[in-house]
Design a protein around this ligand. Structure first.
Ligand SMILES: *[C@@H]1O[C@H](CO)[C@@H](O)[C@H](O)[C@H]1NC(C)=O
Ligand SMILES: *[C@@H]1O[C@H](CO)[C@@H](O)[C@H](O)[C@H]1NC(C)=O
Ligand SMILES: *[C@@H]1O[C@H](CO)[C@@H](O)[C@H](O)[C@H]1NC(C)=O
Length: 480
């Protein structure tokens, strides 16, 4: 007994705390580690392996010929948390390389080759959501990255709930298969996914109270069919019912359709990662009034962030926009009434719309950073929208596509876009930035302040290939 007690006390010190405040998550049983990448972490001490997950696109590609999932793609990822000094991340790659890069580049993290098939990245802050990219698989304007490697540096976990609390659904490390989407009834207030919990299924709120989803575990729908009817609704995690919900810290992988819906009021998404959206219709985030999204990674294969409800705040997020959808979407329904939205500090690390389309890239109406998709909205009251400090990496095929249906009424006014930095804009004969109002709808008072493309500040629409169509008024480009 005594020996056991001493061991129990020693094991966390030997295994977990050996290198200060670095918390390496356990390896789950029953899950294959990535066969592409291995990751080792240290915070001054000996490097230790950090379990690296992998999921691939082939299953979705087989299931969804119409949803255009591409076969032969993979994403590997690992997560950890720390406080205190910087963490060194050592990445072992399947092929040797000369150069590598960490996105968002705005973090200022260098990727260095330190040996054959080995890269180092020093991570000095938490809430860092990174794609590490290697020159043998950088992608291009006509090719996506085949084997992605994501690294998530979390803030330390706090308030781990008591697993015996009857209001908590507590998922420990390891694989747990749910029967599709669990309907949460009145008694459940918290869903906890421990580090290395791999929960196959989804959740749906049905009560009026707020529910908290938290932890560092994984919610996956990869073993379900595309648009599987074991899910009552379109989103793998659906909190449309209720309000004051919090989703914090988890990773959502390979959704059966949308990743998330939460059109009830006052919901918070913080430090969540949405990854592996192999098929079209893998949408990211939609929230109701007073929604907040922060420090969240959204890799969506449809709209990443829908700007649908009043008082939305989005900040410090990273978006990887796959082949389909828009980064900031205003379209897709008969009415768009939204005001007082503040979006800031979003790093758009890739816009992949053209990467599968060879040389002639024709885009759907729903493909742009700022977009009004699907010409179905006919009644607008859009006012007081501020989208600031947006950094768009790589070559972006289209920044803005906002053309109203000719039968539209209402107005879209008082829109401010400040400090957008675009690494480069792809030159295309058929693709342009387009803004157009309607006879009975005013589209007025839009300001682009310090829009910089390839380092050059844009002071007139032509300079950035903007086509201002009929019924637009007072669209300004300013350089401070
Ligand atoms: C890298 O390692 C591989 C074996 O893993 C070896 O075949 C190759 O020659 C090495 N390359 C260099 C530059 O050392
Ligand atoms: C919901 O309530 C029923 C009984 O009222 C219970 O059997 C079921 O397990 C509950 N579901 C969850 C997710 O707690
Ligand atoms: C504009 O509104 C008027 C009055 O409702 C209507 O008669 C007209 O057809 C509308 N014009 C267009 C182009 O929709």
């Amino acid at each position: 007994m005594v020996t056991k007690t001493i061991l129990a006390l020693l094991i966390p010190i030997l295994v977990g705390q050996a290198s200060g405040n670095l918390n390496i998550y356990p390896a789950p049983e029953g899950i294959h580690a990535s066969d592409k990448f291995q990751v080792y972490l240290s915070q001054g001490g000996q490097p230790q392996s950090s379990f690296t997950y992998i999921t691939t696109s082939d299953k979705r590609a087989k299931e969804t010929p119409t949803a255009k999932a591409k076969r032969g793609r993979s994403v590997s990822w690992t997560s950890f948390s720390f406080s205190g000094g910087a963490v060194t991340v050592e990445i072992h790659t399947p092929q040797d390389f000369h150069n590598c890069i960490v996105r968002p580049q705005h973090y200022g993290y260098k990727c260095q080759r330190t040996g054959n098939k080995t890269a180092y990245v020093t991570v000095s802050s938490t809430s860092r959501m990174m794609s590490v990219e290697f020159d043998y698989d950088y992608g291009s304007s006509s090719e996506d990255i085949k084997d992605k490697m994501l690294i998530f540096a979390d803030p330390p976990e706090s308030n781990v709930p008591n697993e015996h609390d009857s209001s908590v659904l507590f998922y420990k490390a390891g694989v747990q298969k749910l029967n599709g989407q669990v309907h949460l009834n009145n008694s459940i207030k918290t869903i906890y996914l421990a580090p290395a919990a791999w929960v196959e299924g989804g959740f749906l709120t049905t009560a009026n109270h707020g529910v908290t989803f938290r932890g560092r575990g994984i919610l996956s729908a990869r073993s379900y069919k595309w648009k599987d009817d074991q899910f009552t609704t379109t989103a793998t995690l659906d909190v449309d019912k209720g309000g004051n919900h919090v989703i914090e810290g988890i990773v959502i992988v390979d959704p059966h359709h949308f990743f998330f819906r939460g059109r009830s009021s006052c919901n918070i998404i913080r430090n969540v990662k949405m990854i592996a959206p192999w098929a079209h219709n893998s949408d990211g985030v939609v929230l109701g009034r007073y929604g907040l999204v922060e420090d969240t990674f959204i890799w969506a294969n449809d709209d990443s962030l829908k700007v649908y409800a009043d008082n939305l705040v989005v900040r410090r997020c990273v978006v990887w926009q796959a082949q389909n959808g828009a980064v900031f979407q205003f379209g897709w329904s008969a009415k768009r009434y939204v005001q007082n939205v503040r979006i800031s500090d979003v790093d758009v690390i890739h816009t992949d719309w053209c990467t599968f389309k060879k040389s002639k890239c024709h885009l759907s109406t729903n493909n742009a950073v700022l977009d009004l998709g699907g010409r179905e909205v006919t009644s607008f009251k859009v006012n007081d929208i501020v989208i600031s400090n947006i950094r768009i990496e790589s070559s972006c095929p289209r920044l803005v596509y906002f053309k109203m249906d000719p039968a539209s009424t209402g107005s879209v006014t008082n829109m401010h876009f400040n400090n957008w930095f675009v690494e480069s804009q792809t030159a295309h004969e058929i693709l342009h930035n387009e803004i157009q109002g309607a006879f009975n709808a005013s589209l007025s008072d839009w300001t682009f302040t310090n829009l910089k493309i390839a380092g050059e500040c844009i002071s007139s629409p032509c300079q950035a290939d903007f086509r201002l169509g009929h019924h637009t008024e007072n669209i300004n480009f300013r350089c401070d």
